[in-house]
Design a protein around this ligand. Structure first.
Ligand code: ATR
Length: 283
């Protein structure tokens, strides 16, 4: 990497950020083209978020990624939001557009790209069961419906949140949405199951978000969790003949879309994927 007085910065704002794989992935993409940028992670104390955003502005950052716990509250410090960021109420990417900081969200579109590349899956007319009702579920659910999913079932540990999300997404006016009290009510009707809860994430790797006996071999199963790469949900699904996709694919594709927003050129997917895998095996 060639650092010089011309180098412009891109940041990751989160708390904590030490486990993030984005710096390796984005710097590999930058290096592929020899671009004059550097991507750095910043562990921002929550009470200093406003100052951190002022810092991006004052120092002329090209942009930033935003991660937990700031994806929602960052919006109030920005100068504008894209349609998908307002729709899902969360920002994961900031682009400095001539001094104006605009918030985007590449999670939903990144997830659709991941489904297409791994399963060759097209959303039109499909029926999907989404597990979870937090920020991640909201972004994924909105993207699935906008892309043409016919029916979205939502199951969540706290049923009121599933009902709330189903009604919010239903008001978008695309496909049908329905909160279910048990995952089993929806399984017979769906082709794709998506885990958008944090269940199964390191260190509680033995946890699983639904009874594995419900996993029918005809299902495609996607997990947003990527630490570990092979969650218990994915292992149980594979044992029953399901095709599966781990959360690293979403990480890759949302990162690729962020890169394209900053650089206005195609993301080098292979190099980014290689950097992710080597970061994991060295971590
Ligand atoms: P994110 O923005 O990553 O989606 P979140 O808003 O905290 O994070 O949402 C976490 C999701 O994981 C929620 O759907 C949560 O269920 P609740 O709404 O009932 O809290 C789900 N979740 C977290 N831990 C869980 C557990 N042990 N069992 C079942 N669901 C869990």
């Amino acid at each position: 990497m060639n650092l010089s007085a011309e180098t412009q910065a891109i940041g990751l704002l989160g708390h904590p950020v030490a486990q993030s794989l984005s710096p390796q992935m984005q710097n590999a993409a930058i290096a592929t083209y020899g671009l004059p940028y550097v991507y750095l992670a910043f562990d921002v104390q929550p009470h200093l978020l406003a100052q951190a955003v002022m810092g991006l502005r004052g120092l002329g950052f090209r942009g930033a990624n935003v991660t937990v716990p700031f994806k929602v509250e960052i919006a109030e410090f920005l100068d504008g939001l894209s349609e998908e960021a307002s729709l899902c109420g969360a920002v994961n990417t900031i682009v400095n557009e001539n001094g104006r900081l605009i918030g985007y969200n590449t999670d939903g579109e990144g997830f659709l790209k991941a489904l297409e590349s791994v399963f060759d899956w097209q959303p039109q007319g499909q029926h999907v069961l989404l597990l979870g009702a937090g920020g991640a579920a909201r972004a994924i659910g909105a993207a699935l419906l906008q892309a043409g999913v016919e029916e979205l079932f939502i199951y969540n540990r706290t049923p009121e949140r599933a009902i709330g999300l189903a009604s919010l997404l239903g008001r978008m006016g695309h496909g049908r949405t329905r909160a279910v009290e048990r995952p089993g009510e929806a399984i017979p009707y769906v082709q794709l199951l998506v885990n958008a809860t944090s269940v199964g994430m390191d260190p509680k790797t033995d946890a699983i978000p639904l009874n594995p006996e419900l996993l029918d071999g005809k299902l495609l199963v996607a997990d947003l969790v990527y630490q570990p790469q092979q969650t218990r949900l994915l292992r149980e699904a594979q044992r029953r003949g399901c095709r599966t996709m781990g959360g690293l694919h979403l990480l890759l594709h949302q990162g690729a879309l962020s890169f394209e927003r900053w650089m206005h050129r195609p993301a080098p997917l292979e190099e980014m994927e290689r950097a992710l895998h080597s970061a994991i095996s060295n971590g």
